[in-house]
Ligand binder design. Sequence first.
Ligand code: ZN
Length: 327
Amino acid sequence: MTNLFLVPTVNPRARENFERTIRQRVPLADLSGLTPASLAAARSVRGGVWAWGTKPGRNDINVRTWSAMARGDWVLFYFDGMFPFCGRVVVREHSPAVAKRLWGEDGGQTWEYLYLLDAVRQVDIPRQPLNERLDYELDSYPRGFARVNRNLGDAPGSVEQLLEELSGEGHQLRLAIEAAKAGNEMEAATALDRLGSELSMEQLRREIDAFASSEPPKSRKRLVESLERNRKLVAKLKKLYEGKCQCCGFTFMQNNGHPYCEAAHLKPMARREANIDVKDNIFILCPNHHKRLDYGGMSIEFDAVKKKLYAVIDGRRKQMENRHIGI
Ligand SMILES: [Zn+2]
């Protein structure tokens, strides 16, 4: 079974270590002193490895956790209220000498229970969805180095798949926040839509707070308000069209009992007229027509006099359902 370990990297010394050996790879020369087998494992990683380590902790609590680590397990680093980075365990070895060389000492101790990682990357996983998947309290966060004590599935790659799914949520959240910061409300609205309706507004608000923790409170409040407003707008429009594609009328019933549709926005229009009404730039579409609008073969035209909306698909004009634009 593949394990997942949570690694809080909150205090200043831990963050310093993070900058040294997770933001960047470790030169092989700095690892000399490890066993030949460990060095061979490090050498086998193309491009080089990253390194992390833990102090023994009170009553050696961290040593027990560390001993459970095996090649192929995953670690998730925690700071700034979320899980920004993950990595995969290549090898672990107890080595005070190498730890001192990499990170120095702190209060007479060093991070001597070390492990080398590959596949380190930024995932930006929000706290809430991870807690949900692990059946933890929604607000909980790792207070110490810990192994996730849940069976994450025996299938090969199941932990990796979980990280992949959750990092998608983080990515959309980041896009939404960045779009809202830049004042692009439509883009924020559609990024939020892709995040799904599973996340309640309350949860979302907390995630935004965690994601934007470096912002001053006033602009954080503005950010939350703008995202809330846009999420409500999308929900209203979906209701207005009963979840059906404005172009073809397609929808399907989801397991949660709601019809499925997506919020799309017209990028060129947004660029042309900065002050255009947000709702006039959002369309409710099925996944197919949304993709065509984004990737090609489809454009949308609006007849302002007749208040009629047309989709132009492969050169053919087709009237779309219009219950909100110019109305
Ligand atoms: Zn459609």
